[in-house]
Write a protein of this length. Structure first.
Length: 108
């Protein structure tokens, strides 16, 4: 096993440990969104608080809401990956162009 494969295996194990650890630590915990937790904390500190911002549209079910959230995250990830890949490709092209022009001038 080469050094790169060993490094990838160690990183994969660390990711698996990070994903599984919360489920082991909180065996009977409830997982709720940060919006729910924030609202609960505000109402706990100030019971007379009235919500002043409301959503323009509420999805018909929790599954649709999860789907839209996932699609939004996927699109954002795709855009970020495209920008990074494009910048890296542009950098490689410029480096290749610089090395080619350097060899052309040295051959003259």
């Amino acid at each position: 096993m080469n050094k790169k494969s060993k490094q990838n295996l160690i990183l994969l194990l660390l990711v698996v440990i990070l994903v599984i650890t919360p489920f082991i630590i909180t065996k009977k915990g409830t997982y709720s969104g940060s919006d729910d937790q924030g609202t609960a904390q505000i109402l706990k500190n100030d019971p007379s608080y009235k919500i002043w911002a409301h959503p323009l549209w509420t999805p018909p079910s929790g599954e649709i809401e999860s789907l839209l959230f996932t699609v939004q995250g996927s699109l954002g990830t795709g855009i970020i990956a495209y920008v990074i890949g494009s910048a890296r490709g542009r950098k490689k092209a410029l480096e290749q162009q610089a090395t080619e022009s350097g060899t052309k001038t040295s051959n003259k």
